[in-house]
Write a protein that binds this ligand. Structure first.
Ligand SMILES: [Zn+2]
Length: 409
């Protein structure tokens, strides 16, 4: 039995990311102190740890601290994008015109800046990623972690630009699709734009007409992930998965049922405020903007997206005008995640609602106390994950989460 499995009904996960920037800003002692504060206050079940391989001693020290408090550590590993520099570069996904890179239609303007490049590898190429898989397992073992947490397991999202929502159109992927289905790979983006002109009705038609292509994308991601999972489980380690919210999952090729089968826990990213990739306001604003810029009338674009995502029209309207989503959306997305993750097997992965509580100048996200309390109230009966770096989560937020959990035990 894994640590903490039955200690309390609702679980907490925290994330800690340590790169050169953090090593410059904090001393090792400060990092460990901040971690210890969270371990004491929150008594989490999981720590998701991203740490550069140069800092092995610090990593082992962190794992030791967690072990003393019965906290499982999973080494946070980037799979399709932002891969470790030590791994060989794999071919990138291609849009329908065969291009690599970022799209020009409503791509996020922070794309390619900073550490996060968000250039996604082709899922066919990922099937030859033995080196990446081996490294993920070895790196976790080297620091004594209990698991591997897989992130960036998907196709590009709207933040990469509308053009890449139909990836991958490389010859390996299109041949594989032809072999499976006896038909040519469709231009999903053009079809999406055409059908979006018909609003909700168009979304239903689009979804049905391109079922095979959507399922193919989901299968490609799930296959790559299951190869990682097999190796990680084979080494006696646990598997965690970072997933986009269910409202976005179909658009990026993530099938909760398929993916959760091979996972011990999953973390849907239910960021209702974050203006960053995977953040729901940014992703949906850009998706609607991409369709509008491609000639779809604004309200039709919104209705099309409402039907595709299952998000209410009024909430999308607020986002179209530059606002964010209410915390209630995180709760409804969490219910959907649990429903879809339960899938068709008797194995049940733990599901953590990922919420963003960071306050840092590099992130265009500031969660004030009202926003935090709205999240905590909406998710009071759920496992939650405090994303995405405990170093930048203010202590008053940590204490508020700790208090709420105590009240509910
Ligand atoms: Zn491809």
């Amino acid at each position: 039995m894994y640590a903490n499995a039955a200690r309390k009904s609702k679980k907490i996960a925290i994330q800690l990311m340590i790169g050169p920037g953090q090593m410059e800003k904090f001393s090792e002692n400060e990092i460990v102190e901040r971690l210890d504060f969270s371990l004491e206050a929150l008594e989490p079940d999981e720590l998701i740890l991203s740490i550069h391989e140069d800092y092995g001693d610090l990593a082992r020290k962190i794992v030791e601290h967690c072990g003393g408090k019965n906290v499982n550590v999973s080494l946070w590993t980037m799979v399709f994008a932002d891969r470790a520099a030590s791994l060989s570069r794999l071919p990138l996904v291609r849009d329908f015109k065969g291009r690599e890179g970022y799209g020009a239609i409503a791509a996020w303007n922070g794309m390619g800046k900073g550490d996060e490049k968000f250039l996604f590898c082709c899922p066919s190429a990922m099937l030859d990623d033995d080196k990446g898989i081996l490294r993920a397992v070895e790196a976790a073992q080297e620091i004594g972690a209990q698991g591997v947490f897989l992130d960036r397991i998907r196709y590009p999202s709207p933040a990469n630009g509308l053009e890449y929502l139909g990836a991958c159109s490389c010859s390996a992927c299109t041949k594989a699709f032809y072999r499976d289905n006896g038909m040519d790979w469709p231009d999903l983006v053009r079809e999406m734009v055409n059908w979006a002109a018909y609003g909700r009705e168009g979304a239903v038609k689009f979804r049905n007409a391109f079922k095979l292509a959507r399922e193919f994308r989901a299968k490609m991601v799930a296959t790559a992930v299951s190869r990682y999972s097999e190796a990680v489980h084979g080494a006696g380690l646990r598997v965690g998965l970072d997933l986009l919210a269910p409202a976005l999952s179909d658009i990026v090729g993530q099938d909760y049922a398929l993916l959760s089968r091979n996972a011990d826990f999953i973390k849907p990213m239910l960021y209702c405020k974050a203006s960053a990739p995977a953040g729901l306001p940014l992703e949906f604003r850009l998706l609607m903007e991409g369709l509008s810029r491609s000639g779809v009338e604004t309200s039709r674009a919104r209705q099309f997206v409402a039907e595709l995502s299952g998000i209410e029209d009024e909430h999308l309207k607020a986002v179209q005008l530059g606002g964010s989503f209410p915390a209630g959306l995180a709760a409804s997305q969490m219910s959907r995640a649990k429903r879809e993750a339960d899938g068709r097997n008797d194995h049940r992965a733990d599901v953590y609602a990922g919420i963003e509580l960071v306050d840092h100048e590099d992130y265009a996200t500031k969660i004030d106390e009202a926003a935090r309390d709205a999240y905590l109230e909406a998710l009071s009966r759920e496992n939650i994950a405090l994303c995405w770096n405990i170093l930048y989560i203010p202590r008053n937020h940590i204490m508020a989460v700790a208090k709420l959990r105590k009240d509910f035990q």
